[in-house]
Design a protein around this ligand. Structure first.
Ligand SMILES: *Cc1c(COP(=O)(O)O)cnc(C)c1O
Length: 402
């Protein structure tokens, strides 16, 4: 069993704060500060350009980091070794995955996604379809209509497993199976899954997957995204963003593009070396646990939170599935003045976030949130809600980031 007190001790958590927003941005691993200094002084500072071949904590070179870290993340999401690579941002990885999938299904024109998806995924799909100009159609259906929408016109389904607003979780294995049964491909966005619950990409037969590392994985603001390509597509998936570092031989400087071997072809350009140094420290903490332990503890914490809020705050309406098996690692409540209520909570050290139009969202992250944190959060939320402490003009002014 994981020692969650030990994992919690690995994070810098401000005194007096209950941090329930690790689903948006994970906290700072304490070791990252020294590691970043080392990466800057000993590597960037003293190695300069030679760091590409000998930098990194293990001395394997900065150039090797995107696949080395990819394998470590792969271990948390049921990916085969050598099938995950880091780089760019999630929006870009969504574009890459969808572009490759559409090229693998040249006779089909329909992409299925759902209205619970994060808008950036839909925007990227829309932009790709416009650039391709081949008559593709992005069909956005209600989350519970995805399965029925998978017909033999469909080239790919592009689904975020866990809904960023409600936490509702799709059945990855079942939808992937349905997609394959009609000859379609399945792309999974794991933004709210990686580090939140057990994912088995290989077992589910997913074709592509993407995700970010700054949410549950705790890689830090602007940490790079990852992409998974199933080994069976590794040699046939064409990279649409054919940058030089995805080339078979970047330092041959050929004028023609030839995709690199396997997952390397999903690299685009120069990797974010400093950001990856911080992510390494986050991954060290993941080595102290298993996703089975994290999931079990996450369910305990979310159940405790729902019970606590429902018994004290009748004005808050549960907006997440009641059955923990049907949700990720967050709990959302609907409340018409949710924005102001969340600002009042933040002012009192309970950090969640707000998602329009009326969702108060709380993430539960067993690596650094424990039962005492949940109880303290419930107590403060009950005080704010029952005494209408949110009903003040300064809590109603919207900031740029909610
Ligand atoms: C957080 C999130 C994003 C954000 O994309 P970035 O390019 O990293 O800003 C995209 N898609 C989903 C599903 C997300 O949850």
């Amino acid at each position: 069993m994981t020692d969650f007190a030990a994992t919690k001790a690995c994070f810098h958590l401000p005194e007096g704060m209950v941090y329930l927003d690790g689903n948006s941005l994970g906290p700072l691993p304490k070791a990252a500060t020294a590691r970043m200094t080392q990466a800057m002084e000993a590597e960037w500072g003293d190695m300069l350009i030679t760091g590409w071949n000998r930098g990194g904590r293990d001395g394997a070179g900065w150039m090797a980091q995107p696949t080395a870290l990819g394998d470590r993340i792969g271990g948390l999401i049921g990916a085969e070794a050598g099938s995950v690579v880091l780089g760019d941002t999630l929006s870009i990885k969504v574009y890459q995955a969808l572009a490759s999938a559409l090229e693998l299904r040249p006779d089909r024109r329909v992409v299925i996604s759902d209205s619970g998806n994060f808008p950036s995924d839909l925007y990227m799909a829309d932009g790709l379809i416009r650039s391709l100009d081949k008559g593709h159609e992005l069909r956005v259906v209600a989350p519970d209509e995805v399965e029925a929408a998978i017909t033999d016109e469909v080239a790919a389904i592009m689904i975020t497993e866990v809904d960023y607003r409600s936490g509702r979780k799709h059945d990855m294995a079942a939808l992937t199976k349905k997609a394959h049964s009609v000859g379609a491909l399945a792309i999974w966005d794991l933004a709210h899954s990686a580090g939140a619950l057990e994912v088995d990409l290989s077992g589910a037969g997913a074709d592509f997957a993407v995700g970010c590392t700054y949410k549950y994985l705790n890689g830090g603001p602007g940490a790079p995204a990852f992409i998974y390509v199933a080994p069976r597509h590794a040699k046939t998936a064409r990279p649409a963003l054919s940058g030089w570092l995805g080339h078979e031989s970047p330092f041959a400087f050929d004028l023609d593009y030839r995709p690199g071997s396997g997952i390397e072809r999903m690299r685009v350009g120069t990797p974010p070396v400093l950001a990856m140094a911080a992510l390494e420290c986050a991954m060290d903490i993941w080595d102290m646990t298993t996703m089975a332990d994290v999931r079990a503890k996450s369910i305990d914490l979310t159940e405790r939170f729902v019970k606590g809020i429902e018994s004290t705050c009748p004005m808050l309406l549960l907006a997440s599935p009641r059955d923990p098996a049907e949700r990720g690692s967050q709990i959302s409540f609907a409340f018409p003045d949710g924005y102001a209520a969340m600002q009042a909570l933040i002012a009192r050290g309970v950090i969640g976030d707000f998602r329009a139009p009326d969702i108060m969202r709380f993430g539960f992250t067993p690596l650094y949130v424990d039962e005492a944190d949940v109880d303290r959060a419930v107590e403060i939320i009950a005080d704010v809600m029952n005494n209408r402490l949110w009903d003040r003009p300064e809590y109603k002014r919207r900031a740029r980031v909610t």
